[in-house]
Design a protein around this ligand. Structure first.
Ligand code: AMP
Length: 279
């Protein structure tokens, strides 16, 4: 596995492969890799000649009171797994490499960025979109792989590449869950074991909402209040939002349809968790 720390060196390596008509698959991450990331890497390996994984904890997507400094990092473990799952190229830039002195260009996906998670994390998606655009321009991927766990992020990145005409295909893969049902996340390690057990109830609440829908209930407020009641019972929980939205534009819906998304965010103790299902 090749490791690059600068966009310039990475891009020249990528261009060599492009000249040989090789396809490039790209998996952007913040590291502390888990089975959710592995599923993206595995798919990228299946569908491309060369797979690039990036590990970059992006400071500008964290708010001033968020966990940038304490975000879990474990580079040697990540290296081991990147090799194990067949990554060809690791892009591991420093903050200075990505944000040179006087960096002042940001991408804001108006409307989409301020909804849902954007409400309680102002500036978060501006940071995500900006770094993804930079990573795409360094990696020149044919396909970039994202997880549906971060549904709003995936919708925003799709919109960005469409609006800016960035020639990359965005593929969004299913949520990988722990055995309990809790969506895998690097932040799960912050949860005390008893809270981690409680947090599994998030998925149970989403599943129950889907069951009620399957039985014929399309009433948004009824489904949301069922989910709210369940989430409230999680010890240490504080709900941020429960919404039923259109997958394309994240607009709240009046009725639940097949293909609508139920998205939730909540704190369990001090850990912010997100999850979703598609009806
Ligand atoms: P992160 O390192 O948290 O920024 O995530 C990197 C990529 O992995 C993003 O596209 C996430 O949506 C995806 N991802 C994170 N957790 C999961 C999961 N449990 N299942 C599937 N994809 C995930």
């Amino acid at each position: 596995m090749k490791i690059f720390k600068t966009a310039l060196s990475l891009r020249s390596y990528i261009l060599e492969h492009k000249r040989q008509n090789k396809t490039i698959g790209f998996v952007p991450t913040m590291g502390c890799l888990h089975a959710g990331h592995f599923s993206l890497i595995r798919r990228a390996c299946k569908e491309n000649d060369l797979v690039v994984l990036s590990i970059f904890v992006n400071p500008i997507q964290f708010g001033p009171r968020e966990d940038y400094k304490s975000y879990p990092r474990n580079f040697s473990r990540d290296l081991y797994y990147a090799r194990k799952y067949g990554v060809d190229v690791l892009y591991y830039p420093s903050v200075k490499e990505i944000y040179k002195k006087d960096f002042s260009t940001y991408i804001d996906i108006e409307g989409l960025s301020s909804k849902l998670c954007g409400k309680s994390r102002p500036g978060h998606f501006k940071g995500v979109a900006t770094v993804c655009a930079k990573l795409f321009s360094a990696t020149l991927p044919d396909i970039a792989y994202f997880g549906r766990k971060d549904l709003q992020q995936a919708v925003i990145i799709k919109r960005m590449v469409r609006d800016l005409g960035i020639p990359v295909r965005i593929k969004v893969l299913p949520i990988v869950r722990e055995r309990s049902g809790l969506a895998m996340s690097s932040r799960n390690i912050y949860l005390k074991p008893e809270r981690r057990e409680q947090a599994a109830k998030i998925y149970h609440a989403l599943q129950e909402a889907n069951n009620v829908f399957k039985k014929g209930c399309t009433d948004v407020s009824a489904v949301k209040s069922l989910v709210r009641d369940k989430l409230k019972k999680i010890t240490g929980s504080k709900i941020d939002y429960i919404e039923i939205v259109d997958l394309k534009n994240l607009q709240p819906l009046n009725k639940v349809h097949p293909g609508s998304a139920l998205v939730v965010a909540l704190w369990v103790d001090k850990v912010r968790l997100i999850d979703n299902i598609i009806f």
